[in-house]
Design a protein around this ligand. Structure first.
Ligand code: FES
Length: 71
């Protein structure tokens, strides 16, 4: 679905950016120009970004656990 109509940014674009390291709205604006025109998409873009980041958080948690366990 389109999140940012002004810049033709979809939720898939945001998820891909998050998977490639974007972790803030500033990162999304720099990479995709999302929310850089009228700004109406800002809340939705932030929500999609946070969903994407929360889905990849368990991998970091497991890696942290393994490191702290000396594995
Ligand atoms: S809809 Fe995203 S800047 Fe206008």
């Amino acid at each position: 679905m389109f999140v940012c109509v002004c810049n033709s940014v979809t939720d898939s674009d945001i998820r891909e950016a998050a998977n490639n390291g974007a972790c803030s709205m500033q990162d999304l604006q720099d990479e995709l120009k999302v929310a850089s025109c009228c700004g109406r998409c800002s809340d939705c873009a932030r929500r999609v970004l946070h969903e994407s980041l929360s889905q990849r958080a368990p991998a970091f948690t497991l890696a942290g656990s393994a490191a702290s366990a000396g594995i």
